[in-house]
Design a binder for this molecule. Sequence first.
Ligand code: NAG
Ligand code: NAG
Ligand code: NAG
Ligand code: NAG
Length: 471
Amino acid sequence: MPSFGTVIYTAVVLGFLGLLLPPPRPLPQFDQNEFFDKIQQVSGSQHRDGSDGDGGRPAAASSGQLTFANRPPASSIPSYTQVFNGTGSGSRDRDASIGGEGYLTYKLVGNETYNVDACLDVCDSLPSCVFVNLFYEYNNNLLDFVFSEKSNLKCVAYSTVHTAKDKTNFGGQQSVPLPADKTYVQHSTGYAKTALWDPPLPEGYELVFGPEEGYIGDDGWLSTVLLDTYDVATCAVECTNLAPSTSNGVCQFFNINQVSVAGTAATTSCLLYSIPKSKSDLSSSTKDNTTFSYSRGYRRITALPDGGFESYQSCDPSSSFPSPPTSFCFTYSTPTWSCQSSANGFDDCSIIHFSPYAHTGTTVSLLGSLTNTDNHFGTLSPSSPLNATTPGGVYHLGFWHYGAYSGPELQKDAFVDVLWNFQPTMTVVPGYTPWLYFWTTVEARGDDFLLLVGGKAPAWSFVDDIVLYQL
Ligand SMILES: *[C@@H]1O[C@H](CO)[C@@H](O)[C@H](O)[C@H]1NC(C)=O
Ligand SMILES: *[C@@H]1O[C@H](CO)[C@@H](O)[C@H](O)[C@H]1NC(C)=O
Ligand SMILES: *[C@@H]1O[C@H](CO)[C@@H](O)[C@H](O)[C@H]1NC(C)=O
Ligand SMILES: *[C@@H]1O[C@H](CO)[C@@H](O)[C@H](O)[C@H]1NC(C)=O
């Protein structure tokens, strides 16, 4: 292990040079005005068909663009999910109908049977409908004696999903004159559109948040796709199929939400991001009567544990410099990563906690002698074989690289060799470059080995945010 003096020395050298670093490459910016303009266009156009050039295109939006995907839902999930049950229709059973926001309209459906299908058809016929409440209402003068349907089975449509806790209308009005009883409700059930209420998890992704209100309009934005229906599976395919780019990286996260304009469902927005986002990134800023509901965030699952080295957080207070919050410290291993120097080398690979050096977060790896004592390469690798890979699976392997530390002349020999199961699979010779994304495709055999070999101090290679996504 390095002595206390070594750490201070390193911090002084790297910390001082750090002040000379060019500013990091800015992340692509989300353009809120363009976003709202497109939503207005979509909500304003009554007739969008598949032949106008926008529809039916293959899922491959290019980076930094707003596109339309106009495909039927790919999934064969049931259209509706029952949210709550009724309490029965025996003579003594009593229930309550839903009271709450998002009321659209009601229809009386035939009461020969408890006609769920007819009620779901009602919802399907209303563009904004996402939920129906079906129940019997007894002793209602209009239902029993006035309306032509001659049915007491009410189907009430809503533009928002309600749960059993919103069962608040028990009846109790004197609708038919005495001696008739007051109105009452029986067997009140609720059905929501599955795609909105309980969408299946798309393969290769995990749910980070949702459903919430709002959308993510933030840095790291890559692309927005407007979908005809709320379809998580299609949005996931857009993310997976978005071509990676050297400057913007790869799609790591998406936010899907239902967009309503003046209370009517207008479109579904699918926002793709190059860095993982969280619930705290949700924006509530809105305009033009537009609201965002059923907002969910999904992160792509990487088969590489802690690709950003963020598990290494706590600098030993006795060796940190300068004092927090920009404390500097380094290590040769974390629970999931190992660093090795060349034979006779010194500090040729290290994992550094110092946020100004990190691509995201506060920790980054460095190939090349940290203390500039030799020009040998270092080797960075997961500390155990990768057991989350599927044998035969094809994976996208990528990482961010920074090669601008020492200036144009001294950086020119920077390199990183990537070995997958000990076979060379990619060599990065970046020269003097800011943070850039490099990637390749590998096939897994299970319990795979990954080695990143490089650095030739003072041509240092900073490596961060390594991902391994199944394709
Ligand atoms: C409703 O009740 C039926 C019959 O008891 C049961 O099979 C079903 O799972 C219940 N559904 C919900 C959403 O509770
Ligand atoms: C159907 O609704 C009508 C009108 O409220 C009512 O008179 C009739 O008894 C109901 N039929 C059944 C089977 O509940
Ligand atoms: C918002 O929508 C309401 C109807 O829902 C309408 O009365 C109002 O004029 C709209 N406001 C704007 C700014 O479009
Ligand atoms: C996979 O490896 C990790 C260590 O990297 C270990 O904690 C985990 O238990 C392993 N899982 C399986 C299923 O072997």
